[in-house]
Design a protein around this ligand. Structure first.
Ligand code: MN
Length: 492
C-alpha cells in the first residue's frame, strides 16, 4: 500500500486559449505543492494535467479505476468547465471524490481587477456548474469550501483524504477468524458475504490448530528479543521478570504474539478475531498479543467479532500517524450516580495500548472464564477528553454504522481491576444516549477512538453506501426514532 496517492484534478476548457490554460496549470500545481507541504495528508497528492474535454476526462476516469494506487480524486474547477464534458467520465468512476471549492486568489485585487482576472478566477460559478452535474448524476462526494491556504480548509481536505485512504485499505483487507463466533451471541455474527459485497473486505475462518502450529514453531531467540522489547516499553511486574516466578507465562505470551503475527503476515491479513471458547492448544487467552497487534495497526475483535475487527482496521488506517489512539472496546459496566452517570469500558484483556495515557504495566492475573492458564496483559487507563464509540451492525438486509460521541473522564484507581480501562460520559446525556444506542441496535463491542471524528465516519458511510446514525449533543430521542423509521424506508 506504500505507493497510494490522491489525484488532484483541475477542470477547465479550451475556450480561454493556451496562455490562460498554462496559468491554470501553474496555479493548480502550486496548490498541490501546498497540500503536500502541509504534512497533513496520509498519502501524497499527485497533480494531474488540466481537463479540457470529454475524451480526456473519460480517459482519466478509466485510468483512476484501473490504478490500484489511486485512493480518490480531488476535483476543482479553476475556470468554467462545461459539465456535460464530465458525464461519461464521472458516471463510470469508482473512486471517492472530493469536490474542492476553492479559488486560487484569496483576496480580490480591487485596484487592478479586470476581465483577465475574472476569466482566470471562475470557481465561484465553474464549481457550481460542476456541482449541479454531480447532483444530477448522483455522484457521491464531499464538498470542501474555502481558500486552499487556510488551516481549517486544509484540515478538512486532509480529513477527507484520510477517510479515502482508510476506505482503500478496508476494501482490500483480509480478516482471519480463529474459531467461530462466541456461541449463541447475536451481534457479533452476521453475513460475511454481504459485508464483502458492500465493503470489499473478506472474512475467512481458520482452525486454531493452524495458529498453534505457528506459535509452537517460534524460536527461543525470537522470544528473548521480544521480552527485551517488553522490558523497554512497559513497567513489568516483578514476577514476570526474567528469573521471576511467572517468567514462563510472559514467554508464552511473547510466543503467542510472534506466532499470531507470523500467521497474519504470511497470509496478508489486516485483522483477526479470537474466541475464548476455542483455544485448543493455546495455554492462555491471547491478551498481550491482541493488545500489541492492535497497536501495530491490525484490526481485532474478540469473541469472533469480525465486523468490529474490520472497523478497527479501517479506523487505524484513517488515523495513521495520529497519536490519540483507537481500540477495540466493550461497554462493560455502569456508574449510575444520578447526574454523574458513567460507562466503564474494558474487556477481559484486549484493549489497545495506543489509548494508554501513560506507560502501561505488564501484569499477570487469573481470568475467571475460559479455564486456561492466567493470561498476561497490559494494564493502563485511557485519558480524559473527547472520544467516540462506533459500532458496525448487520441488520440483515443492510449495515448500519452507529456513532456515539462521548467525553472520557479520568479513571479513578481500581486496584482490583487489572485490565485496560476507559471511563466516559455519553452524549447528549446518559438516558438519551444509551436509549438511542439500544433502540438503534448498537453492539456492546465498539471501536473507541480519540482520533477519528464523527464527520469522518459520516464520510466513510457515504463512500461505503451504508446508513449512519449519530448519537451526539444534538440528539433527541423522538427525532432519532423518526430518523430510524425514515432510514428503514430509504434503505429498503
Ligand atoms: Mn466482548
Amino acid at each position: 500500500m506504500s505507493n497510494l496517492a490522491i489525484w488532484f484534478v483541475t477542470g477547465s476548457q479550451h475556450l480561454y486559449g493556451p496562455e490562460t490554460l498554462e496559468q491554470v496549470a501553474a496555479n493548480s500545481q502550486a496548490i498541490v505543492e501546498a497540500l503536500n507541504a502541509s504534512g497533513k495528508f496520509p498519502v501524497p497528492v499527485i497533480w494531474k494535467p488540466t481537463m479540457t474535454d470529454t475524451d480526456a476526462i473519460t480517459g482519466l476516469s478509466a485510468a483512476a479505476n484501473a490504478d490500484d494506487s489511486c485512493v480518490g480524486l480531488i476535483l476543482w474547477m479553476h475556470t468554467f468547465s462545461p459539465a456535460k464534458m464530465w458525464i461519461r467520465g464521472l458516471t463510470t468512476l469508482n473512486r471517492p471524490v472530493c469536490h474542492f471549492h476553492t479559488q486560487f486568489n484569496r483576496d480580490l485585487p480591487w485596484d487592478s481587477i479586470d476581465m483577465d482576472f475574472m476569466n482566470l478566477n471562475q470557481a465561484a460559478h465553474g464549481d457550481r456548474e460542476a456541482g449541479h452535474l454531480h447532483t444530477r448524476i448522483g455522484l457521491k462526494r464531499r464538498v470542501v469550501v474555502g481558500h486552499w491556504s487556510t488551516e481549517g480548509t486544509l484540515a478538512e481536505l486532509a480529513a477527507w483524504s484520510r477517510v479515502a485512504y482508510g476506505w482503500r485499505v478496508l476494501q482490500t483487507t483480509k480478516i482471519a477468524r480463529f474459531g467461530d463466533n462466541m456461541r449463541y451471541v447475536s451481534v457479533t455474527d452476521g453475513d460475511k458475504v454481504s459485508a464483502e459485497i458492500q465493503f470489499g473486505f473478506s472474512v475467512n475462518g481458520f482452525g486454531v490448530g493452524d495458529l498453534v502450529e505457528k506459535v509452537n514453531a517460534v524460536s527461543e531467540s525470537a522470544v528473548d528479543a521480544l521480552i527485551q522489547e517488553y522490558l523497554s516499553l512497559y513497567d513489568v511486574a516483578p514476577e514476570l521478570l526474567p528469573g521471576g516466578a511467572r517468567y514462563e507465562s510472559l514467554r508464552d505470551a511473547a510466543r503467542q504474539e510472534i506466532g499470531i503475527e507470523a500467521f497474519l503476515v504470511e497470509g496478508g491479513f489486516g485483522g483477526f478475531t479470537t474466541t475464548f471458547e476455542d483455544l485448543h492448544g493455546l495455554n492462555q487467552l491471547p491478551g498481550l498479543a491482541c493488545q500489541r497487534l492492535m497497536a501495530k495497526g491490525y484490526g481485532f475483535g474478540a469473541e469472533g467479532d469480525w465486523k468490529t475487527a474490520a472497523l478497527l482496521r479501517f479506523i487505524k488506517a484513517v488515523s495513521t500517524g495520529q497519536t490519540g489512539g483507537s481500540s477495540f472496546m466493550e461497554d462493560y459496566t455502569y456508574h449510575l450516580e444520578p447526574g454523574n452517570e458513567l460507562v466503564l469500558g474494558a474487556h477481559m484483556l484486549e484493549l489497545c495500548p495506543t489509548i494508554a495515557k501513560s506507560r502501561p504495566r505488564l501484569e499477570i492475573h487469573p481470568l475467571g472464564i475460559g479455564g486456561k492458564a492466567d493470561p498476561v496483559r497490559l494494564v493502563f487507563d485511557a485519558p480524559a477528553g473527547p472520544a467516540l464509540n462506533a459500532s458496525l451492525v448487520d441488520l440483515g438486509h443492510r449495515f448500519r454504522l452507529l456513532v456515539n460521541t462521548v467525553t472520557a473522564v479520568d479513571v479513578p484507581p481500581m486496584p482490583n481491576l487489572p485490565v485496560g480501562r476507559a471511563l466516559w460520559k455519553v452524549d447528549p446525556d446518559f438516558q438519551t444516549g444509551v436509549s438511542a444506542w439500544i433502540l438503534a441496535g448498537g453492539a456492546h463491542h465498539t471501536v473507541y477512538t480519540y482520533d477519528v471524528t464523527a464527520d469522518q465516519l459520516a464520510e466513510f458511510a457515504e463512500m461505503a453506501g451504508i446508513e449512519v446514525v449519530f448519537i451526539d449533543d444534538l440528539t433527541r430521542l423522538r427525532d432519532l426514532q423518526t430518523t430510524l423509521r425514515a432510514n428503514e424506508a430509504y434503505y429498503r
